[in-house]
Design a protein around this ligand. Structure first.
Ligand code: MRU
Length: 333
């Protein structure tokens, strides 16, 4: 498999694989401007909870690259801009706060750019390691060669390493434990049919894209063995926010007696959220629903309601895999 690079930092520039163009075109965005990087996060050119955090960390460092004025003003301007890009994935805020602490400690240093850059590099390296350990810890959920259903995208495209849920699947496949993967297309932005399919294809894992509404059919008629997805924010009681449609899948899994797992790094756990009710859900623009790739599919004037994430209650989650271990209910993070 050629290893496409989701996020790379080279020659003091951030290089991002433009995920809005995949799988039809592999194009890269090269920038050293935090404002352009903030737009890349908003437009989902880079996406997925861990990736958003990593990229925001580099963007904050880059804000100080040409710092001619007050470092504090420049830093805070960039910090405040990045903070309003997307509200649900907590990894963004986790990374921004971590960078802010480093900035506050070293703000007077003439090397502040280098110091921030090295913290962003650390976040990148830690994420890569977390992915390895999530994949390792996730292997205990496989008791036989399995048919798996997944939602949204959770592979190399969301992280500095192999990913979360999809990396668990990849490692299981390498041990001969995957029969087939059903990838929900994940309306409206098609992270499943565009991105997960792109990754499964590169990994040569047998898969089929299904419409989101086919999951019950697959569970009843084909008999999935397990469902595994990623997460954007996990509350202390295990309630989990993930891409819209994840909750549907968890309800269906429960009905069909199929185990439902979440895989995520500890940077996705939010101590400030006691339950899922505390998680802020992002709502997206109507054009993402009423048109596809710029082609109008319904009347522009029709009202649209578009939550980008939903919260799966803890009692529907069989286990949560992190880099530490596989957690079973009752969850108490
Ligand atoms: O809107 P997106 O594409 O950023 O949503 C991504 C997801 O919901 C992923 O499942 C989640 O971030 C987990 S990725 C490890």
């Amino acid at each position: 498999m050629d290893k496409y690079k989701t996020i790379e930092f080279a020659d003091d520039h951030l290089i991002l694989l433009d995920q809005t163009k995949l799988p039809l075109e592999e194009e890269y965005i090269v920038s050293d401007d935090y404002k352009r990087i903030a737009i890349a996060i908003e437009k989902l050119e880079v996406r997925g909870a861990p990736a958003i955090g990593i990229v925001a960390a580099y963007a904050l460092a880059l804000a100080l690259k040409f710092n001619n004025n007050s470092a504090t003003d420049t830093f805070l301007k960039a910090y405040n801009r990045l903070k309003i890009t997307r509200p649900t994935a907590v990894n963004l805020f986790w990374a921004l706060e971590r960078m802010k602490k480093i900035f506050e400690k070293h703000s007077a240093s003439p090397d502040i750019y280098t110091i921030l850059k090295s913290e962003a590099n650390k976040i990148f390296a830690e994420d890569e390691l977390m992915c390895d350990n999530i994949a390792k810890n996730g292997q205990e959920i496989f008791t036989k060669k399995s048919i798996v259903v997944t939602h949204c995208n959770t592979g190399r495209l969301v992280s500095a390493g192999g990913g979360t849920a999809l990396f668990v699947i990849q490692k299981a496949f390498e041990s001969g434990l995957i029969e087939h993967v059903y990838s929900d297309e994940t309306r409206p932005l098609l992270q499943g049919s565009r991105l997960t399919a792109f990754e499964l294809n590169k990994l040569e894992i047998p898969f089929s894209i299904i419409t989101d509404s086919s999951a019950a059919f697959v569970m009843k008629n084909i008999g999935a063995d397990l469902v595994i997805t990623g997460a954007d924010r996990i509350a202390r009681n295990g309630d989990t926010a993930n891409k819209i449609g994840t909750y549907n899948l968890a309800v269906l899994a429960k009905y069909h007696g199929i185990p439902f797992y979440i895989a995520a790094p500890s940077s996705t756990l939010d101590n400030n959220c006691i339950t899922g009710d505390d998680i802020k859900i992002e709502f997206r623009e109507p054009h993402e629903i009423n048109s596809i790739k710029g082609v109008q599919v319904t009347d522009k004037s029709y009202p649209v309601y578009s939550p980008a994430f939903d919260v799966t209650p803890n009692h529907l989650i069989t286990g949560i895999i992190t880099e530490d271990r596989l957690f079973k209910p009752p969850y108490n993070f």
